[in-house]
Design a protein around this ligand. Structure first.
Ligand SMILES: [Cu+2]
Length: 112
């Protein structure tokens, strides 16, 4: 868990994967359109995924590849580093192949 003022390193997951955030203390999760804490509270540029609550967790399952930014909406937390870039990769070019019966959940833990 990074200390105050340190941003989380980006988490990379494959398409169809997910990332699970686990926290203690009072935090929430907001998706931002950019890695910019100033977008918190801007309903055009952000979407609340989890209202702040005590000691909880959230599994983020993006449906498309791309870059996502998850931040904590509690006052002052995002500028202190509670901003997690999630990069959803496209596995090379030309479509992904999944082994039959494969378990494609790739859980990465990002702790607040
Ligand atoms: Cu927080």
């Amino acid at each position: 868990m990074p200390s105050d003022g340190q941003q989380f390193p980006p988490v990379t997951i494959p398409e169809g994967g997910c990332v699970t955030l686990v926290w203690t203390g009072f935090h929430g999760v907001v998706r931002l359109n950019e890695a910019n804490c100033a977008l918190l509270g801007n309903s055009n540029e952000s979407e609340i995924l989890v209202e702040p609550e005590e000691s909880s967790s959230f599994t983020f399952r993006p449906t498309d590849s791309g870059e996502y930014y998850l931040a904590c909406p509690v006052d002052g937390h995002c500028p202190q580093g509670q901003l997690l870039p999630v990069i959803v990769g496209t596995a090379g070019t030309g479509g992904t192949t999944r082994p039959a019966g494969g378990d494609d959940d790739d859980d990465d833990d990002g702790g607040y």
